[in-house]
Ligand binder design. Structure first.
Ligand code: CTP
Length: 406
């Protein structure tokens, strides 16, 4: 998909720089050529020689290198690219870009260009949340620059967590692919709503009920559908993944909020409900933190049932999508349980998977699924969650076009 695309990767100084070696490899695998510019700080984290070996090209670091300037120069570096990707982008580089500073090769290339720019920021969460960074990001967005990430999660510094992690290399690749678009877009013109991740149901202001869903499968489906040209709304519970590129992501916490956001995204051609929705929530949400009262023992937690989002959409009187896909997470009687859900919830397909702890599906990167329809079951081999997503999206596109033709 990236055949003969020319990418100029600008690497600035952050621990995430090492992940960009993998980014270069993934881009080259897809047929892109990658030329790398590093800031002086970046060379403290990864050597230019490593990037040179992986990119198969020389690496540019110095604005005043007479040989470089004579040979190619900063203007040509940016002109000879179809897309400039800045990854990781530090707070410092964002600030320079937002203010038009040009005092090293990276910032000079970025000021001297009218090539589209995609930024993958990486910094400490406090730096990302600082009003100065927020201003710079708003300015850069206003200048037409695109962003992928940052994601929430653990930071390199021990004990630090929050939003600031660089998007994963494959998420950056997806954003780059989305930028270039593809020749064949099997879902263009289709609207799709996808749910992903867990829901969390508050007990009191500090405690909640939740589950182990990572959101990897749902997010991969939203990303694959967007890459296939669909107009995708992803409704996600709290996860530590970056919002997929080119997807309208709505963040929610509870099942009731998730249902409301899904209904707001209708009408849609397709609904894929991959979220692990909490079946129950505490009957009352206490607004003050519950305290231990000596002698009175633990409080009883009374639960009430949450709305079933899949069943509500699958049986929607006026706005039922043409294709409704649910998931079934089971630890036993996979097919019988999945078939039951298909009928009970009014779904067209159920993607059934075994989530017994021994399978490592929950939170893992691979998935073995069986597609359950009224007219039979299709077994898929063990695939990465991205490949499950791609195959599912291809199947959805085929089903819609068959339905159109008939
Ligand atoms: N689902 C939903 N809303 C709920 C519960 C589940 O939309 N309140 C959806 C899930 O997104 C999934 C499907 O229903 O697409 C099946 O989810 P699963 O957890 O396997 O089934 P449950 O209905 O919760 O049944 P059980 O937990 O008893 O197996």
């Amino acid at each position: 998909m990236l055949q003969s695309r020319r990418i100029l990767l600008i690497v600035s100084g952050g621990v995430a720089a090492y992940k960009c070696l993998d980014l270069v490899r993934r881009l080259r695998e897809r047929g892109a050529s990658v030329r790398v510019v590093m800031t002086a700080a970046a060379t403290q984290f990864v050597t230019p020689m490593s990037f040179g070996a992986i990119s198969g090209d020389r690496v540019f670091t110095d604005l005043f290198d007479r040989d470089d300037e004579h040979d190619i120069g900063h203007i040509r570096l940016s002109r000879e690219a179809d897309l400039i990707v800045v990854a990781p982008a530090t707070a410092d580089l964002l600030a320079k870009m937002a203010n038009g500073l040009a005092n090293d090769l990276a910032s000079t290339v970025l000021l001297a260009t009218d090539t589209p720019v995609l930024i993958a920021p990486a910094m400490n969460p406090k730096m990302w949340a600082h009003p100065a960074t927020e201003r710079n990001v708003a300015t850069l967005r206003g200048d037409g620059i695109s962003f992928i990430g940052p994601a929430a999660g653990e930071m390199a510094e021990t004990g630090e967590a929050g939003t600031g992690r660089m998007a994963e290399p494959m998420e950056i690749v997806a954003a780059i692919e989305a930028h270039f678009g593809g020749a064949a877009k099997p879902l263009s013109g289709r609207k799709m709503v996808v749910t992903s991740g867990p829901t969390v149901e508050p007990i009191d202001p500090v405690r909640f009920l939740a589950n182990r869903s990572s959101g990897k499968q749902g997010h991969a489906i939203a990303a694959a559908a967007a890459a296939a040209g669909a107009d995708v709304t992803l409704v996600s519970g709290p996860v530590s993944l970056a919002d997929p590129a080119g997807v309208n992501t709505v963040h929610v916490e509870t099942a009731r909020q998730m249902l409301e956001a899904v209904e707001a995204a209708l009408p849609a051609d397709v609904a894929v409900m991959a979220a692990a929705v909490a079946d129950w929530r505490p009957a009352t949400e206490v607004t003050a933190k519950m305290k231990k009262t000596p002698g009175s023992g633990p409080p009883a937690l009374t639960l009430v049932e949450n709305p079933d989002i899949l069943a509500t959409i699958g049986r929607h009187a006026s706005l039922r999508p043409r294709l409704v896909v649910g998931f079934a997470a089971e630890t036993n009687d996979l097919i019988a349980n999945a078939t039951g859900k298909l009928t009970r919830k009014g779904a067209d397909w159920i993607v059934a998977n075994d989530v017994s702890p021994s399978t490592g599906v929950m939170g893992g990167d691979a998935n073995t699924v069986r597609i359950v329809r009224q007219n039979g079951v299709e077994d898929w081999p063990t695939l990465s969650k991205e490949d499950v997503a791609a195959r599912l999206v291809a199947g959805i596109a085929e089903a819609l076009s068959k339905a159109d033709a008939s």
